[in-house]
Design a protein. Sequence first.
Length: 203
Amino acid sequence: MYRYEEKLRQFFKEHHQELVDLMITICQIPAPSNHEEKRAAFCKEWLEKLGAQNVTIDKALNVICPMNCEGSDEIVAVMAHSDTVFPDMEPMPLRIEDGKIFSPGIGDDTANVAIMLMIVKFILENGLTPKGAVMFVVDSGEEGLGNLKGCRQIMEDYAGRIKEVLALDGTFTSMVTGAVGSMRYRVEVLTEGGHSYGNFGNR
């Protein structure tokens, strides 16, 4: 795939404005955790217009775009999450200053969703077929109370078939190459209410 690296860089240079427009469009579709329906529907339709085959939305609201996955038990899942941490059901404010986009949720994780979709476009427009099985997933429920719903659903539905997961998240320029996870606890606290700063130490 390294032989396509320069071609991919050139693709993004030539399609820069299209990428920016896609980011803005997706960012303007509200998608709080557990309410990603509209954003999922947009991504599915966008992929299908490109000619992507067998694109589906599962019961967790993941958008799944498989490539060369049929019968494979060594699938590489490339994921970027559709939900935002903000509960708003109306479009978020957005502004552009000095070539930068400012909007709640643009960096976590709307920009990566748009980039991943454009990578799919690059693959399709160049008639490429992955050597192995690759599944692009716009996953749901990554934030807070979403409790990793989308990723959990993928792991359940494709149990034993996922070889690697590549999660595109945040705006970092580095990679985490080890397995990461999370533990969730339900805690019940019976005490006087108050602010963690102003009422610290209350019993």
